[in-house]
Design a protein around this ligand. Structure first.
Ligand code: UDP
Length: 310
């Protein structure tokens, strides 16, 4: 198949492009390089089945492809809050553009949605039927409501035009090639530990996240993308093992043998207190479950970070 991957030069996009090429597909990767980086595509850039195009997903899309995977959107709170108007435009206009293209070509379209649609959840673990608890005017809303609107558009295109859709709700994911300056908790802690600098915990560190190793997540993407046309999602993809940020910091310090000390800082506004996916739907519908535990995944990530942290 020839597959269009928007956000192809991002952390997840680049891992996805590599996997699709490995599976024998042709890939057109689109990225405006706001948070994506061409160097993430080093391993595929000169492959004959790969093509990179610098374009914003909010500009009209005109490609002849057999499937579309829409990953374009800054995902780190630091980045998406820097240009909030562009963030919501990317999600909403990007969704309209990929859906219009999918509808015209009559091809399936995958949406990289997010656990952020659950906001600061009042139920745990989060199951797909939970509608979420999102502040519509807070500093995270440009991302949360953008992604929620994108899901609405996907399901409305499906109901109104019969567009084949595949919606994945992605929980926190980490691994090699995360940007060192992403501002994400895993990348921040590893960089700080490798430099023996303070490990910056926001709040008291009791908030939880569940971290999925990138190769596990990409397995889930591929299974969902190539699932039966009746499978629309939304389907949670993430690792259900929950950790506090304090536990994460201690694990990173231990694995790196760092001399770093933990320091505590203000908790950002609307920071979710807990996050843990219910993955039973992914297991029953896709026969997918993550295999790599946090210590193993952190070790692999730390090894790759060591080659970049000076
Ligand atoms: N966090 C932290 N220290 C950091 C960066 C993040 O304690 O240096 C916290 C953040 O406040 C949140 C959690 O770690 O509670 C996960 O943050 P991240 O930005 O990675 O992703 P989120 O799940 O919030 O989108």
């Amino acid at each position: 198949m020839r597959i269009l991957v928007t956000g192809g030069a991002g952390f997840l996009g680049s891992h996805l492009c590599e996997r699709l090429i490995l599976l024998g597909h042709e890939v057109i990767a689109l990225d405006n390089l706001y948070t994506g980086e061409k160097k993430k595509l080093t391993d595929v850039i000169s492959h004959p089945n790969f093509e990179f195009i610098r374009q914003d997903v909010t500009s009209p899309l005109n490609f002849e492809v057999d499937a579309i995977m829409n990953l374009a959107c800054p995902a780190s709170p630091v980045h998406y809050q820097k240009f909030p108007v562009q963030t919501i435009k990317t999600s909403v206009l990007g969704a309209i553009n990929v859906l219009d293209l999918a509808n015209r070509l009559k091809v399936p379209v995958f949406q990289a949605s997010t656990s952020e649609v659950y906001g600061d959840p009042s139920v745990s673990p989060q199951v797909e039927s939970y509608w979420g608890n999102v502040n519509p005017i807070g500093i995270r809303a440009c991302y949360d409501e953008g992604k929620r609107s994108a899901e609405t558009l996907f399901f409305d295109f499906h109901r109104q035009y019969g567009t084949e859709i595949k919606v994945a709700r992605i929980f926190n994911t980490y691994g090699p090639r995360m940007s060192l300056t992403d501002g994400r908790v895993v990348s921040n802690f590893i960089v700080q530990a490798l430099k023996n600098e303070s490990i910056t915990i926001y709040g008291d560190g009791s908030q939880t996240r569940s971290f999925c190793y990138v190769s596990d997540l990409i397995d889930g993407f591929v299974k969902l993308m190539f699932s039966d046309s009746s499978v629309t999602g939304p389907i949670n993809l993430g690792n259900p093992t929950e950790f506090t940020m304090l536990e994460l910091a201690q694990n990173v310090i231990e694995l790196t043998g760092s001399k770093s000390k933990i320091t505590f800082h203000d908790l950002p506004q609307d920071d979710p207190k807990q996050r843990k996916p219910d993955t039973s739907k992914a297991k029953s519908v896709l026969d997918w479950e993550p295999k790599i535990d946090l210590l193993d995944g952190l070790q692999r990530t730390i090894e790759e970070f060591k080659t970049r942290v000076k």
